[in-house]
Write a protein that binds this ligand. Structure first.
Ligand code: PLP
Length: 432
């Protein structure tokens, strides 16, 4: 192992390469990483001074832009009071205020808030809630889940077990993977007319297996990391009705879609449904630090609490971290100020205007837009390292995976910045 530290830059990129795992990479053949010095607004500044327009919002999270004054202030002022105290037996204003915001902003009926430390953990909590709810109902064998192909719900074992089995390579962990039911994901697009037979498979699984099923888990309207697919709201409302008929809970995973990204505060609103459990994360702190929540109905919370265990069996060390809650409260205040709705509308308009032309390209399967999300799906998987370098050379930050080149920029991006981002992205796509 090469332990020499070379110092061409202040960030020791060689040490990074030798010693640090990055997301989904190899330690022997890692993808290149670009050293970042700072970030401001929609710009990420690299060590060498290169400024990149950010198309990713750091994986859906930085909705108000980097170095946001209001969130900065909320964190510094909380820092002077306390950074953290345990949540067992203690509580504090930042957590109470955050729960108030969440109960108010989420669909009616979601009233009981569990604060978790990451999206995946909130999914684990939601799965446990559903199983414990069924126990409270006296249903002993209802401990499996129905999930959609192309779904993504996180990387911990419980979450992974409801992700698309191929994408998340269930085969690597055989023996450790709970056996869940996977159904085809809907294909009617939000703008198509809905094909009712798309609900037939779900109806079938429920009819045959509901005595073994605790919940259906689903990403409302937008399937994110499992394929960036957009589907018809009638599928979601139909699925909700079917779940009710069979006593199966609906868990809505809005970790990616929550807080305005799809044009509604929550994507469930496109279908006018209240799920039994809602998971939020990513943008909740405006991308400042890790925090998530699983929010459930009174019915779920009360039934669970009257069950055999009598308590929800989860309690992370950093549950309700005051700094993270303070950041989230500041982000909620910015959302409540209300400009996000027009910002998302404008982003949507410009995405439609700029990305449509990609549909004519030979190597492109489809360009599609929903809310403030723009996707170009290629026919073949792209070479991430090489395409990433071309993007960086042009001054934009876009990180594709597989066949998908996509953007979900910070809401504060200006028309000029977004147009520049998309035109440069298209130049690279056209050159492929
Ligand atoms: C990112 C994501 C998760 C996992 O959240 P982490 O904070 O990365 O654990 C779960 N579900 C969806 C839909 C996501 O986009």
């Amino acid at each position: 192992m090469n332990k020499k530290t070379t110092t061409h830059t202040t960030i020791d990129i060689n040490f990074d390469k030798e010693h640090i795992w990055h997301p989904y990479t190899s330690m022997t053949n890692p993808l290149p990483c670009y050293p970042v010095k700072s970030a401001e607004g929609v710009y990420i500044e690299l060590e060498d001074g290169t400024k990149l327009i950010d198309g990713m919002s750091s994986w859906w999270s930085v909705i108000h832009g980097y170095n946001n004054e209001h969130i900065n202030e909320a964190i510094s002022s909380q820092l002077k009071k306390m950074s953290h105290v345990m949540f067992g037996g203690l509580t504090h204003e930042p957590a109470v205020n955050l729960a108030k915001h969440l109960v108010e902003l989420t669909p009616d009926g979601l009233n009981k808030v569990f604060l978790a430390d990451s999206g995946s953990v909130s999914i684990e909590v939601a799965l446990k809630m559903a199983i414990q709810y069924q126990l409270g109902k006296g249903h002993i064998g209802r401990n499996r889940f129905i999930a959609l192909k192309h779904g993504y719900h996180g990387d911990t074992f419980g979450a992974m077990a409801v992700c698309d089995p191929l994408n998340s390579m269930h085969s690597l962990y055989s023996g450790m993977m709970p056996q869940n039911y996977f159904i085809d994901s809907p294909t009617s697009k939000p703008t198509d007319s809905f094909q009712h037979n798309e609900l037939a498979e779900l109806a079938d699984v429920l009819e045959c297996r509901s005595d073994t099923v605790a919940a259906l888990i689903i990403e409302p309207i937008v399937q994110g990391a499992g394929g960036m697919r957009f589907y018809h709201p009638d599928y979601l409302s139909g699925a909700k009705k079917l779940c009710e008929k069979y006593g199966v809970l609906l868990i809505a995973d809005e970790i990616a879609t929550g807080f305005g990204r799809t044009g509604k505060m929550f994507a469930c609103e496109h279908a006018n449904i209240t799920p039994d459990i809602l998971c939020v994360g990513k943008a909740i702190t405006g991308g400042y630090m890790t925090l998530a929540a699983a929010i459930c109905t009174d019915e779920v919370a009360i039934t669970l609490s009257n069950s055999r265990a009598g308590v929800l069996m989860h309690g992370p060390t950093f549950m309700g971290n005051p700094l993270a809650c303070a950041a989230a409260n500041a982000s909620m205040e910015l959302l409540k100020a209300g400009t996000w709705e027009n910002q998302v509308k404008n982003i949507n308009r410009i995405l439609n205007q700029e990305l449509n032309s990609a549909n004519q390209l030979e190597r492109v399967t489809e360009a599609r837009v929903f809310g403030a999300i723009g996707v170009i799906e290629m026919k073949e998987a792209v070479d991430v390292a090489s395409i990433q370098k071309q993007f960086v050379d042009k001054g934009i930050w876009v990180r594709p995976f597989g066949k998908l080149i996509y953007v979900m920029p910070p809401y504060i991006i200006s028309e000029i910045e977004l147009t520049e981002l998309l035109q440069k992205m298209l130049l690279v796509v056209k050159s492929l």
